[in-house]
Write a protein that binds this ligand. Structure first.
Ligand code: ZN
Ligand code: ZN
Length: 138
């Protein structure tokens, strides 16, 4: 049984959908860039193949050099500022969908956490899944 998941920004201008069967994995990320960008203790992202993600509306992108020298583009709604996805330009086949933008996210299972070494004490690393001190080994 394949089911679609959908999500949108807060104002509704941008939306997306994908099939739950196409989810590769899902992760919490406690890196400083994710903290700054989300204004929260961590980002939670769902890895989905770029080709399987349907979206409507035009994201504004902010690109920054990641810790390993890669180019990380973070996409958000130009109207309301909600972040919907990010991607690494050197890995164009994968999109990282922000899990908090899902319309209904209770089905999501988290695979692991990244950047546990920069987790804030008020946003602890999830003890129920594996965690990596930084980025996972490729
Ligand atoms: Zn919006
Ligand atoms: Zn991060």
């Amino acid at each position: 049984m394949s089911e679609n998941a959908s999500g949108s920004c807060l104002c509704g201008r941008l939306s997306y959908s994908f099939n739950k069967d196409d989810v590769i994995s899902a992760h919490h990320c406690h890196c400083k860039d994710c903290r700054k960008m989300t204004g929260s203790g961590k980002a939670t992202v769902i890895m989905v193949p770029t080709k399987k993600l349907k979206s409507s509306g035009k994201l504004k992108l902010f690109t920054i050099i990641g810790s390993d020298g890669s180019h990380v583009s973070r996409g958000f709604c130009p109207e309301c500022g909600s972040q919907l996805l990010s991607y690494v330009e050197e890995m164009p086949d994968i999109r990282f969908v922000k899990a908090g933008s899902l319309d209904d996210g209770d089905w999501l299972q988290i695979t692991s956490s990244f950047w546990s070494k920069s987790a804030e004490p008020w946003s602890p690393v999830d003890p129920t899944c594996p965690s990596f001190a930084g980025n996972p080994e490729p």
